[in-house]
Design a protein around this ligand. Structure first.
Ligand code: C5P
Length: 304
């Protein structure tokens, strides 16, 4: 049985080697991790995933950019109240280039990210959006699951493998999205995200603390999750799924000495070799412009 599992790992590595948009910087290392994970099986497994442009698609078939969870407000508010909508769009146009700027350090970016998240959250709270309005917004949004994302979430649930959705987006929007797409939020799913807090009239009144932005997805915000991570402390083998440099430390709250296999979606410019090389350096497996969850699913199927 163990031998069979190890054979699977060899087959999988061979298969990945033939897929054009799969980049693996250190195949020996990845193979070692996969072996440990295969032998550990589903009872040792934990999946930690980003949401925006990781579980959700980055662009549609026409190459048009799709929406993040925050983007749900930009689009819908623009339609209903263009003056306010413009404020969301202005914030994005100002700060998005800073988030991805190659010329600034993370330390230099952080105050801008706090400003961006803080300002857009303030707009949401000032407007007192109701829960049902937000549900409508999500229904009309351009958030789209990657191909196979629904099946991946359901297969983890079926095997009772915990899925932590760790997002600097808005957790309620993810919950509503899952509810609408899957009919219910799977029991195995745990959220670490920014939550809109509603008052007794179900109107937005505040956001949860601490604020989670792109560059603090690490131990600084996981602290209040210690009891959850303790509960799952037997799960020492982690598959981490992300799309940005801010996602690579999402596993720091896990009490473990097992491997973390980091799978990164590269949505950036194909001609930017330096950026792509950087992804290949920090992620074990890099998927270039991949609108599917196929590779992650293959790894999970191999383990389960
Ligand atoms: O880490 P995650 O991918 O979940 O981050 C959410 C994304 O939402 C950020 O990368 C940022 O570009 C985006 N965002 C946005 N509007 C905001 C704040 C963040 O589109 N007001």
């Amino acid at each position: 049985d163990q031998l069979k599992k190890l054979e699977h790992v060899t087959d999988l590595m061979e298969e990945f080697g033939k897929i054009e948009n799969v980049r693996i910087g250190n195949p020996t290392d990845v193979k070692e991790k996969l072996k440990k994970m295969a032998l550990g099986g589903e009872h040792k497994l934990l999946v930690i995933s980003d949401f925006d442009f990781t579980l959700s698609r980055f662009q549609n078939e026409k190459g048009e950019r799709l929406s993040t969870t925050h983007g749900v407000f930009d689009d819908n508010v623009m339609r209903l109240n263009p003056a306010l909508g413009q404020k969301f769009v202005d914030l994005r146009e100002k700060y998005y280039p800073i988030e991805f700027s190659p010329n600034l350090t993370v330390e230099e970016k952080i105050p801008h990210m706090e400003k961006w998240w803080g300002s857009s959250h303030q707009l949401i709270v000032n407007e007192k959006f109701s829960k049902s309005t937000i549900e409508d917004f999500v229904r009309q949004s351009r958030i789209v699951f990657k191909d196979g994302a629904e099946e991946l979430i359901q297969s983890l649930d079926a095997h009772s493998v915990p899925l932590v959705i760790f997002s600097a987006g808005i957790g309620n929007i993810i919950e509503i999205f899952l509810q609408q797409k899957l009919g219910a939020i799977p029991r195995n799913t745990h959220f670490i995200s920014n939550m809109i807090l509603f008052d007794e009239n179900e109107q937005a009144r505040a956001f949860s603390e601490p604020l989670i932005h792109t560059f603090c997805k690490n131990s600084s915000v996981i602290q209040k999750e210690t009891s959850f991570f303790h509960e799952i402390s037997g799960r020492t083998n982690v598959i981490l799924l992300g799309d940005s440099m801010g996602d690579i430390h999402m596993d720091v709250g896990v009490e473990k000495n097992g491997p973390t296999l980091k799978i990164g979606f590269y949505n950036g410019d194909l001609s930017d070799q330096k950026a792509l090389d950087h992804y290949v350096e920090v992620y074990d497996i890099v998927l270039v412009h991949d609108p599917t969850m196929n590779i992650a699913q293959k790894v999970i199927d191999m383990i389960n």
